[in-house]
Design a protein around this ligand. Sequence first.
Ligand code: 13P
Ligand code: SF4
Length: 381
Amino acid sequence: MQNILPDKYKNLPKEEVFERIRVLKEKLGDKVFILAHHYQRDSVYQFADATGDSLKLSMLARDNKTADYIIFCGVHFMAETADIVNNGQRVVTLPDATAGCPMADSAKDKDVRRVWDEITNILVDETICPITYINCYASLKAFCGEHGGTICTSTNALDVVTWGLSKYDKVFFFPDQHLGRNISKIYGVPRDRILQIYHRRPGLGVSHEELRRAKVILWDGMCPVHDRFMIKDIEEAREKDPEINVLVHPEVPEEVAAASDFMGSTEFIIKKIEAAAAGSKWLVATEVHLVGRLAKQHPDKDIKLLGKPICMCSMMDRTTPEHLLWNLESIADENVVNQVSVDKSIIKNSKLALNRMFEITKLKDEPKLYFEKSASEVSSD
Ligand code: 13P
Ligand code: SF4
């Protein structure tokens, strides 16, 4: 299967690419449903039939009834999720098949299963709920389904962790340590009962005593984009301007989350900026494409990315309008490229885990505020 953009698309004038996409979208109509994550570049995002964070997009993929094809402008785990939830009714494609997620890559199936065996062999008398962030391979979603666990996204993580801790003695959370730690603290797990393990170290780098004491056990993965935000940038910005509001995604390190004014999911960040007063000033700690779009959409507010480094998800950035055009043409020619197809053997259990997540999230689709400094506590509703 060819998955690298053919040369013939590489040097086309931008306007020609846009025009050909428009014509094909018109021609294919409802047969194709284009979804785009908020971290996509604007030149791709503009062609989406629907946009969202990972939770919203998974629901849109699940609920679509008209398309033959879902083109997922995002990263691989998102396209896999769309394939799982749409019951094989639609072909799902990823315009750039190489768009992965380094955080998902940090938790390999065999490593997670080995760590699970090590932990459960030590904690023989305790019940443990495996919860994976949706940023993971489909086989690990199936692993959670098999073991009575579920899945969370940045929007529903608190509801999901609450569910896990109400039913089980402990939660094993992977791959994102920062999300797991930030949300467990918000839930009220004492800091010394949130345990970081190191999956490559002998004995996972922790003692049996520490494992027994832990309420939440965290995998040692993280998002290389959100991990780059630093507390010193918040301090410097506040020194220059005490009026500034700091708004962060829950994938940031715990000290950055603690120093922020507001922490919430991607959809929450968007809603917060929409509702903000004209003239208000915001430093936002999340992916740069989204922050740049918010700044453009709200010229009456001062919106900047926190810190100096360019916190861009290079994987999200891989999808270009040329990839989208190539994907659309392949569908029109009935020779589709870059289909993402989850192995049938794991569909049942991965869907079980996703359905548990949808059930937990039901009727709670308001984007989450996890932390607000002035209130010094958290709203879980
Ligand atoms: P959301 O769940 O906020 O869409 O995040 C997905 C992601 O990859 C964030 O880095
Ligand atoms: Fe993965 Fe981070 Fe990119 Fe999200 S922003 S897709 S977690 S690397």
